[in-house]
Each structure stands twice: as structure tokens, then as C-alpha cells.
Write a protein that binds this ligand. Structure first.
Ligand code: NAP
Length: 303
């Protein structure tokens, strides 16, 4: 069985930051991810609020984080981790790459998009229903798009889509946005973005049965459109930790400001943990803290 000091599960900003800090401190570190490193960074077009970097493409920041972590000696392993248990002071992970024993584990598995639950949503996924603006937006150049949601993601991605589309109509269930004011100000100042506030999309339908042609709202109004982009929040990727550590009612790993969880030596960082603010910079900060605490924990085992 492969033996390492620290296993990091997830190679988004939290995981890559944790792995880089831990490897730089002299530990053997493997960072597991089933997809390409970057996590949700790969779904973001541009980031403008990561300190010191100015405007940068999401994939470029992901690449820089990966290169930096690898440069410090982190082994990036493209393998799914299917289970975790603790035996004595050892953590045992089952992965697609075989079994791994680690002294400490950092969970940085992030979160995925939540579904709306509207009629037709599942049926027309990939036929006009999307959860990723940068992946699918370019298919709808010059078309009419509906965006659902009122958080940072909905506002950021509506602004991105408005650069490509003929019109973007944001449907939000309340009459004020949850997202940051700077973003809502930009949305309000963008001529081809329209608002349908205090309303919900209840049905997504198609005239030809092949691709989306309309969104039907709860007041009976119909928005003719070619695509519906849904950004109604996130759900944590925490299934493998279900019976391993404490999760809150929404499935986020309960962790304090030292990233400590209910299991000693097991830390959680980034979007998968309970936290008040989920940003790239806070995820990276979480990762640094988790690595520092893992270092303290492993050092305490030696005493
Ligand atoms: P979010 O902040 O949880 O917002 C979700 C939005 O979807 C809310 O407006 C919510 O409405 C709406 N919603 C939820 N369930 C719904 C339903 N069933 N039907 C209709 N609407 C529904 O999620 P997010 O925008 O994905 O952001 C996730 C995290 O990432 C946040 O912490 C955010 O700050 C961060 N983020 C930051 C940036 C950035 O800094 N540039 C960009 C993207 C994301 P209510 O408002 O009525 O609850």
C-alpha cells in the first residue's frame, strides 16, 4: 500500500493551495482529483478579484496553481477517491489508483451546481439547459438566453453571456439580488440584460421536442428563448464523508476556522466546508490553514 504524509482530496483552489503549502513544508503529498486540476475555476471565464493578479482567465489561474504545487513536489493523481476510514492513527483511502495510507487528510472536494427542479429541466439538459456559461455560452451567440438565479454566479455569468447573446433575461425569485452590489450595478447598466424579478421558472419547453424554445414562469408568462442557464446555488461534494465525519443539514463538512472537523487529523477546506463566504481567495486561504494544521497534527503524533 502506498504510504504518504498528507492526502489532499480535490485539486481546486483549496486543494492545490493545501497541497502546495504542505509539500513546501517538507511533507510527501498526493492530491487526488478525478478531473483536470482547477475545480470550479475551470467553469469561470475571468476572475478579477484574486489579490495581486488583476484580470485572469479561470483556466489560467488553475494552471498556475497546479504548476506551483507540482513545483513544490506535490504528486497530482488523476483518480477518484471512493472511501476513507481511520484505523488507529492512520487514514486509509481507497482510490482508483489503489489503496493509500496517510497520516493526515485534507478534504477539498468543493461543490457542484444545484438543480432547479423545473419541469423539462432534466429532459433538455444539453439541448439548451446548461449549468456552465463558459462551457455552453458560445453555442448561443446572437440568441436569446434566460438565466435563473440571483447570486454571484448568476450575475457574473449573465454579464458574460450578455457579451455573446442577443438578450439575457434574468429570472430571480425575489425582487433583490443576493449577489454583490458591484455585480448587480453592472447587470443593471447592461442594455441587453432584462429582469424578470419575483418570479420562478416552472417549466422549460420545446416547440420541436429537440431543443429549448421557451421558459414558462409561475405567473403564466412565457419567455421565448434558445437556452436556459441555471445558477441557483451549490451542493457540496461530500458523499464519501457521509458516515465518516459530521456534516451539516445541507451536507457541508462541519469545520471550524482552523479547518478542523469532527475527526482528528482530518481537515476540510474550501467550498465543501461550512463557511460564510465562498470565493477563490477564501478557498486558497482555507487550504493554507488546513496544511498548517495538518503539519501541527502530524508533529504532535511524533511527541
Ligand atoms: P448562491 O449565492 O447560493 O445564490 C443562489 C441563488 O439562486 C440565490 O439568488 C437564490 O435565491 C437562488 N435560488 C436558490 N434556489 C432556488 C430555487 N429553487 N429556485 C429559484 N431560485 C433559487 O449561489 P452562487 O451564486 O452559485 O454562489 C455560490 C458561492 O460562490 C457564493 O458564496 C458566492 O459568493 C461565490 N461566488 C463568487 C463569485 C465572485 O466573487 N465573482 C462568483 C461566483 C460565485 P435567493 O437569493 O432568494 O435565496
Amino acid at each position: 500500500m502506498k504510504q504518504i504524509d498528507i492526502a489532499v482530496i480535490g485539486a481546486g483552489p483549496a486543494g492545490l493551495s493545501a497541497a502546495a503549502y504542505a509539500a513546501r513544508a517538507g511533507y510527501t503529498v498526493s492530491c487526488f482529483d478525478q478531473l483536470a486540476p482547477g475545480g470550479q475555476l475551470l467553469l469561470i471565464d475571468e476572475i478579477e478579484n484574486y489579490p495581486g493578479l488583476g484580470l485572469i482567465k479561470g483556466f489560467q489561474l488553475a494552471e498556475q496553481m497546479e504548476n506551483q504545487a507540482s513545483g513544490f513536489g506535490v504528486e497530482i493523481v488523476y483518480a477518484k477517491v471512493s472511501s476513507i476510514k481511520k484505523e488507529g492513527e492512520s487514514f486509509l483511502l481507497e482510490t482508483e489508483d489503489g489503496e493509500v495510507e496517510a497520516k493526515s487528510v485534507i478534504a477539498a472536494t468543493g461543490a457542484a451546481h444545484r438543480h432547479l427542479g423545473a419541469e423539462g429541466e432534466e429532459e433538455y439538459q444539453g439541448k439548451g439547459v446548461s449549468y456552465c456559461a463558459t462551457c455552453d455560452g458560445p453555442f448561443f451567440r446572437g440568441k436569446d438566453i434566460v438565466v435563473v438565479g440571483g447570486g454571484d454566479t448568476a450575475l457574473t455569468d449573465a454579464l458574460y453571456l450578455a457579451k455573446l447573446a442577443n438578450t439575457v433575461t434574468i429570472v430571480h425569485r425575489r425582487n433583490e439580488f443576493r449577489g454583490q452590489k458591484i455585480l448587480s450595478d453592472r447587470v443593471l447598466a447592461t442594455k441587453n440584460i432584462k429582469l424578470a424579478l419575483s418570479r420562478q421558472v416552472v417549466k422549460i419547453a420545446s416547440d420541436d421536442g429537440k431543443k429549448v424554445s421557451k421558459a414558462i414562469l409561475d405567473d403564466g408568462s412565457i419567455l421565448n428563448c434558445d437556452a436556459v442557464f441555471i445558477f441557483v446555488g451549490i451542493t457540496p461534494n461530500s458523499e464519501i464523508f457521509n458516515s465518516f465525519c459530521e456534516l451539516d443539514k445541507n451536507g457541508f463538512i462541519v469545520a471550524n476556522d482552523k479547518m478542523e472537523t469532527s475527526v482528528k487529523g482530518f481537515f476540510a477546506a474550501g467550498d465543501v466546508r461550512t463557511t460564510a463566504f465562498r470565493q477563490v481567495v477564501t478557498a486558497a486561504g482555507d487550504g493554507a490553514m488546513a496544511a498548517h494544521m495538518a503539519d501541527e497534527y502530524i508533529s504532535s503524533l511524533r511527541k
